[in-house]
Design a binder for this molecule. Structure first.
Ligand SMILES: Cc1ncc(COP(=O)(O)O)c(C=O)c1O
Length: 357
């Protein structure tokens, strides 16, 4: 019940234990096609370029910036926690001129702040926003921001590492150009792959680059020769067992139904919230924009933040996460992600926490 990795369904673990086949084996190629199809359904997109990067969520982040940023490009990045900060660092390393839209940790990136920043940037090429900030528990709505970004002639990139599979993510409806996620949160698959999707507009920007993409491993043009629809060409040896796991976890999501899954995350969040209310505890992220899958709980005055976390783990077998950055020592981060989001887990956690407080 920490900020990830979440628990994994037994059938996902069994899938990983299946015998290996080659990365160009016809049965594996068939599975790659199914993974791409299921990812499109989970991202709610028709984007052709939708596939998993071999690497964790941060690899998906690097993939998006490495492909979309050319040295000297002006890039606007929303920063309201750890992962916006990381995006700014990655964009800088790709040669971007970064302008930050900063706000207090726990609050969302407001459209108005993005509009003001965009009006002060000469030729913005890309705007990047963390949809679900795992470090604070805040969910930034992106629809209004998307309109502002496109009116300014830029592309929109969003981080859905924590949101995908746990709350609505509608890539085509929201007009998002580039998105990355991770397997280890609400997809309930071990860490190791990063699903990504690029719009036709994003692909045009990449095709019109003056120089080749700085990263060989993450160059979408090369990856497309392996993950695309044409004849498969070896690029790197795909992590076969991880793809088995992702295939099974996506199958489980679609079997449950995307909306049913979102509803489950919401109802377990509300159950947690009601129990915390009874204990006199509060969620610290901005009211009205709290994540269902990651709950930042304010540590009450006088409580031993680290001691309670350690006892929860050692005596109750429950892992929760600490606060990061300015929230260190001030919050506990309680994950209700994917397979871990259940009423039983909520009740067990609340009862253990109550006894310790
Ligand atoms: C919102 C967000 N973005 C990016 C990442 C980086 O993912 P990973 O640790 O899998 O590389 C994380 C990880 O927790 C995250 O929560």
């Amino acid at each position: 019940m920490g900020p990830g990795p979440s628990d994994v369904a037994p059938s996902v673990l069994s899938a990983m234990a299946q015998p290996l086949v080659g990365h160009l084996d016809p049965s594996f190629i068939n599975m790659m096609e199914e993974i791409k199809g299921m990812l499109r359904k989970v991202f709610l997109t028709e984007n052709e370029m939708t596939f998993p990067i071999s690497g964790t969520g941060s690899a998906g982040m690097e993939f998006c910036f490495a492909n979309l940023v050319e040295p000297g490009d002006e890039v606007v990045i929303g920063i309201n926690g750890v992962f916006g900060t990381r995006m700014a660092e990655v964009a800088k390393r790709c040669g971007a001129i970064v302008t930050k839209v900063e706000t207090d940790w726990g609050r969302i990136i407001e459209p108005q702040a993005v509009a003001e920043t965009l009006s002060s940037v000469k030729n913005p090429k890309l705007v990047a926003i963390v949809h679900a900030e795992t470090s604070t528990g805040a969910l930034t709505p992106v629809e209004e921001i998307s309109k502002l970004v496109h009116d300014a002639g830029a592309l929109l990139l969003i981080d859905t590492v924590t949101s995908l599979g746990g709350c609505p993510v509608r890539i085509d409806e929201w007009n998002v150009d580039a998105v990355y996620s991770g397997t280890q949160k609400c997809l309930s698959c071990p860490p190791g792959l990063s699903p990504v999707s690029l719009s036709a507009r994003a692909m045009e920007k990449i095709k019109s680059r003056k120089d080749s993409v700085q990263s060989w491993y993450l160059d979408v043009n090369l990856l497309a020769n392996y993950w695309g629809d044409g004849a498969r060409v070896y690029h790197h040896t795909a992590p076969i067992s991880m793809n088995y796991a992702l295939h099974e976890s996506l199958r489980l999501i679609l079997e449950e139904g995307l909306e049913n899954r979102w509803d489950r995350h919401k109802s377990n969040h509300l159950r947690l919230r009601a129990g915390l209310d009874e204990l006199g505890l509060v969620l610290t992220a901005q009211e009205g924009h709290r994540l269902w899958q990651l709950n930042a709980v304010g540590v009450p005055e006088g409580a031993d933040e680290a001691g309670i976390r350690t006892t929860l783990l050692n005596e109750h077998g429950i892992e929760i996460g600490p606060g990061l950055g300015p929230l260190q020592g001030k919050v506990w981060r309680v994950g209700l992600m994917g397979h871990s989001s259940s009423p039983e887990n909520v009740d067990r956690f609340l009862s253990a926490l109550k006894s310790l407080l």
